[in-house]
Design a protein around this ligand. Structure first.
Ligand code: PGA
Length: 252
């Protein structure tokens, strides 16, 4: 059985004070929540504060991105995987659609970030997903396959998925209030698992595939009930403790 995972992606939101309040709200509400693993991905500058606050709890920490370069070096403004691990992260999001569309992260860069995360001992959360026009043009599977293959076709790519998480995030559903229906999401999740199974059945069965895109307290349960949906990557609704906790409970 795959353990559900709910990861909150705070994006560029918050202050030190709001971050502290949010984490303390989530911490309190999580007591007694059994099954899902819960992770929070605050902006880089708040990671250390959050790490201190969640010490001794089951909460996990993740970075929202990382530098594709491994090791240290002259990369002004960048944060390495090793730095993320050093401040207590166990996850790093790679290939988020906002990175792809606003900051030019190509499939090749996303793959480098993915492997850089793993080299640092982090579990990458690889985001894949189509734009609205790609869905309307019936290119969803082709786009998702391309995003996946950027990693799968690298040496060791298939085996690497044993230590990775995939997040299917239809771009048209991110921050828009539009959510894929459970059936739409399930179809793409099943497609992803099948594509991986063509290479390695055991890896395909174990890999967690999260859904992301306007997951809220009122739609989480029906999404998470689908066979191939193993939790969620949550943006807007992860900024409010009660809402985020309700989503975590729906994964239980
Ligand atoms: P959203 O964001 O939940 O606000 O739609 C999801 C994401 O970008 O990961």
């Amino acid at each position: 059985m795959r353990q559900p995972l709910v990861a909150g992606n705070w994006k560029m939101h918050g202050t030190r004070i709001s971050a502290r309040d949010l984490v303390s709200g989530v911490r309190q509400g999580l007591e007694g929540l059994g099954k899902p693993r819960v992770a929070m991905c605050p902006p880089f500058v708040y990671l250390a504060d959050v790490a201190a606050q969640i010490q001794g709890t089951a909460l996990a920490l993740g970075g929202q991105d990382l530098c594709p370069e491994v090791g240290s070096g002259a990369h002004t403004g960048e944060i390495s995987g090793a730095m993320l691990a050093d401040v207590g992260c166990s996850y790093a999001i790679v290939g988020h659609s906002e990175r792809r569309s606003l900051y030019g992260d190509s499939d090749e860069v996303v793959a480098r970030k993915y492997f850089a995360a793993q080299q640092a001992g982090l579990t990458p959360i690889l985001c894949v997903g189509e734009l609205l026009e790609e869905r309307e043009g019936e290119h969803t599977e082709a786009v998702v396959a391309r995003h996946l293959d950027a990693v799968l076709t690298q040496p060791g790519g298939v085996a690497s998925l044993a230590k990775a998480v995939i997040a299917y995030e239809p771009v048209w559903a991110i921050g828009t209030g539009l959510t894929a229906t459970p059936a739409q999401a399930q179809a793409v999740h099943a497609f992803i698992r099948k594509r991986i199974a063509q290479h390695d059945q055991a890896v395909a069965e174990r890999v967690q595939i999260l859904y992301g895109g306007s997951v809220k307290a009122n739609n989480a349960a029906e999404l998470f009930a689908m066979q191939d949906i193993d939790g969620g990557l949550i943006g807007g609704a992860s900024l409010e403790a009660e809402q985020f906790l309700a989503i975590c409970r729906a994964a239980g």
